[in-house]
Design a protein around this ligand. Sequence first.
Ligand code: GDP
Ligand code: MG
Length: 213
Amino acid sequence: MAKQYDVLFRLLLLGDSGVGKTCLLCRFTDNEFHPSHISTIGVDFKMKTLLIDGVKVRIQIWDTAGQERYQTITKQYYRRAQGIFLVYDITSERSFQHIMKWASDVDEYAPEKVQKILVGNKSDEVDKRQVATEQGVKLAKAYGMDFFETSAFTNHNITETFTRLAEQVLAANKKDLDLLRMSMNDELDLAALEEEEGLCDGAASDQRKGCWC
Ligand SMILES: Nc1nc2c(ncn2[C@@H]2O[C@H](COP(=O)(O)OP(=O)(O)O)[C@@H](O)[C@H]2O)c(=O)[nH]1
Ligand SMILES: [Mg+2]
């Protein structure tokens, strides 16, 4: 059976309640949008496999199921993440200001190597916009992150955003993966060698048998 994936990464969606994290996730994994989403409802996680540079990358994307309301996201969530989406809502200045708080939590609790991306969601809501695109660009630059404006409603930039973070995580972990692959190959080589030797022994004894005839 073909191998289902080469590597598994955990990504985490962070941001204020109501910015559209659950909708982003449903749009990306199932291409669905439920406008009536009750904002406290969240899923635990959803999975999707992407092919990046010939590597089958399985991503497990964790939603924060209501905990964001009380900012009680357990440290465990952060510790296990290799990539983080910092999401705000372009129609909410407040959610944009809170990005600083979310980013400082990430600095405190997430692994040092964690990759981050800034996401301004609800780009379809042009009339209600409170946060200019330039503000997002500027903040992302200050944090050294990539930045996308998305819409879970129209499907704007959804695949691009999730793929970009997965690419960044893959790049950040590439060295470890290559080492792992090398050591796995070494093991395989050794196994092949042992097998070959075994075969030789078998052949030799067959030959000996032949001689005895
Ligand atoms: N117009 C628009 N509404 C959105 C978008 N994404 C989410 N919403 C709405 O925003 C509300 C909160 O979304 P939800 O995904 O539950 O937010 P969460 O609390 O961050 O998980 C819901 O009423 C969604 O329908 C979007 O891209 N555009
Ligand atoms: Mg939610």
